[in-house]
Structures are given as structure tokens and as C-alpha cells.
Design a binder for this molecule. Structure first.
Ligand SMILES: [Zn+2]
Length: 345
């Protein structure tokens, strides 16, 4: 594990709420409900908060319960700021040097969507100052399950805040269950953000729908979230255009969109010379880390340490960072490689 921990890492597909570790969830619960925290869980029914956040061998349902906790424990600006800072700190502790977080702006009884988004953005701005070892960006999300009105609101809010946070907001994410929705409706709503220069990181081919993947390519997605079910001419197109795949091994295996680590499409993409990177998706929910994902990747698909460094260095090209930031990231890797040589000598 030591090597995977030590290597500088780039994380491009991480949802804020899914990235609250068990420790962070417990701290948030204390902040909200006091020290003993033994009253009914945030969802109103005590269905085992401490079992789940202390838990091993959790069922998928229990894992997903953490999303409910995360939502309910971050419904105030103070707890949301605490959670955002904790997620960034934990990524930094895992030697992640560049992070693109994503989150859907929410309104709660204690804050508006604008307050939600500015709280996250201001916390990121503070972290970028306080933690120089990690650079953090934000991809505000549209959750398809929440409908078109919310999508429009989110885009309007992002465009309103962009002038003040153009150093942090670099793109937008489209996520959530697509059932009963049409991508073209969302594309129309996202087009103004794209026209404003924001990059698009769409969950694409996460479910089996060739037509939708094609529409997303026509719209112009800059990266492919998961891409589990991309095949045939769509796959060919992704390769020709060099559209990077954001692969999330443990998340896909635990959610059973792929049968096992061995069957994960990362292996075929890597072998086939596609642009592909490794991400966590929801490290808190699935109890993993980027280091752990890289270790699994190395073990299952036979990537050497050199391959892992190459994979991370290539991921720099897939970030939505500016050129100057990319140069800095490349320097970080050059320094790391030099330190490895120095260690050997
Ligand atoms: Zn995702």
C-alpha cells in the first residue's frame, strides 16, 4: 500500500456527499445532535447510524444509507463547510494533489441553493490557501432525478457565481438516475454553461443506452463518467476523439453495474490504449480511497508501479485545470520520480 499512498494522485470523479468518511459523518452527527448523538438518526428512524458508520461488510442498502446521513447532516452552512473541508483534508492526506469535487446545490430549511453553493466554494477557496499541497476545483452538478426546473436553476446559479469563482468552477456534472428523463432536455439547459466555457463531465453510458451516449457525444462531453456500457461505434468515437473515461472500480463492483473487478471495463480500455483514469466516485460510501483503488487496479490488471505513475501523469491532461496549473502538476510528478531515483541510489 505504501507506494500507492506515496504516489501523487489526481481525482476527477468524486461526489461531495459520497465522500464523507465514517469519521466525518460521526463528527457531523456530534455537531448537529450533541455529544451522545444517541437520539433518533437524522432520518428520524434509528436504523443503525453507528453500526453503519463503524461498519464492515455492509450491504449495498446500508452503504447507500450513508448518502441519507450525508444529506441530512450537511443541511446547514456550518456543517456543510465542515464536511467540505474534511473531504478535502482526507483527499490531501491520501496524497491527492489535484481534486475536482462535484455536488448538486440543494436548498434546505436552513439555506438556499445560493448559500449551499457559495459555502462549498468559499470552503474550497480557503482550502486552496491553507493546504498548498492540493488544488481543488468544483463541478456543480445537475441531478437528473430532480427534474428540469432544478436543472435550469442550477445552471443560472452557476453562471451567476462564475465571475466571482472562475478559479474554482471549471465545469459541470450531470448525474442521477436517468429513468424517465431525456438527455436532450438536459442538454438544452446545460448549453448556456457550455457556451460560457465550462467543461462538461457527464455521467455517460452508466446504463445501457447507445442512443443517449451518441447524443452526449454530439452535445460534446469533455469526459465520460463511468462509460460502462459504451460499445461499437460510440466506443470507436471516444477513442478517436480522445474523450477520457472516468473509471470507478469499487463503486461499480459494489453497485453491480459490473460483475467483478476482473470484468471491469477499465482493463479493456487500458489495454486498448484509450484515455482512461481511476477515481473513487464516493469513497466514504464505499469505504475506499484513491490509493486503495490504484492498488486494486494494479493487482487486478497487472499495472506496474511505473504504469501507475504513468496513469496518474496522463490524468493531468484530462483535468479541467488551466495550462499553468497543469505545468505545476507535471513538476510535482517530476519531483516525485526524482525522489524515487534518489531513494534507490
Ligand atoms: Zn458518479
Amino acid at each position: 500500500m505504501e507506494f500507492f499512498q506515496k504516489v501523487p494522485k489526481i481525482e476527477l470523479h468524486a461526489h461531495l456527499n459520497g465522500s464523507l468518511s465514517n469519521e466525518t459523518l460521526k463528527e457531523l452527527r456530534k455537531l448537529k445532535h450533541g455529544q451522545n448523538g444517541n437520539e433518533a438518526s437524522p432520518s428520524g428512524v434509528d436504523d443503525g447510524f453507528y453500526k453503519i458508520t463503524g461498519g464492515q461488510n455492509l450491504s449495498l442498502k446500508e452503504c447507500f444509507q450513508k448518502f441519507t446521513y450525508a444529506h441530512e447532516l450537511t443541511d446547514q452552512p456550518e456543517t456543510l463547510a465542515y464536511a467540505t473541508a474534511a473531504v478535502i483534508r482526507e483527499f490531501a492526506e491520501d496524497n491527492v494533489v489535484y481534486l475536482e469535487l462535484r455536488t448538486t446545490p440543494k436548498s434546505t430549511s436552513s439555506m438556499t441553493k445560493r448559500q449551499y453553493l457559495t459555502t462549498v466554494l468559499e470552503t474550497i477557496r480557503k482550502a486552496n490557501k491553507d493546504l498548498p499541497a492540493i488544488a481543488v476545483k468544483l463541478l456543480p452538478s445537475i441531478d437528473r432525478s430532480k427534474g428540469l426546473v432544478e436543472a435550469e436553476e442550477n445552471v443560472a446559479l452557476v453562471l451567476e457565481l462564475l465571475p466571482s469563482f472562475s478559479d474554482i468552477i471549471v465545469g459541470m456534472d450531470l448525474s442521477g438516475a436517468p429513468y424517465g428523463t431525456k438527455f436532450s432536455d438536459y442538454a438544452k439547459r446545460m448549453a448556456p454553461a457550455q457556451a460560457a466555457g465550462l467543461r462538461m463531465a457527464l455521467h455517460c453510458g452508466e446504463f445501457d443506452d447507445d442512443g443517449e451516449v451518441k447524443e452526449m457525444f454530439e452535445f460534446g462531453t469533455d469526459r465520460i463518467g463511468h462509460g460502462t456500457f459504451i460499445r461499437g461505434e460510440n466506443l470507436q468515437f471516444a477513442k478517436e476523439q480522445g474523450i477520457p473515461f472516468e473509471c470507478c472500480l469499487t463503486s461499480n463492483v459494489k453497485c453491480s453495474t459490473v460483475g467483478s473487478y476482473e470484468e471491469h471495463h477499465f482493463g479493456r480500455l487500458w489495454e486498448g490504449g484509450f484515455d482512461v483514469c481511476i477515481n473513487t466516485d464516493d469513497f466514504g460510501v464505499f469505504d475506499t480511497s484513491l490509493s486503495q483503488e490504484l492498488q486494486i487496479c494494479s493487482k487486478v490488471f497487472g499495472l506496474s508501479q511505473e504504469d501507475i505513475i504513468k496513469l496518474q501523469e496522463r490524468t493531468i491532461d484530462y483535468t479541467f485545470a488551466n495550462e499553468q496549473e497543469k505545468v505545476q502538476l507535471r513538476e510535482t510528478f517530476t519531483n516525485f520520480k526524482n525522489s524515487l531515483i534518489a531513494d534507490v541510489q
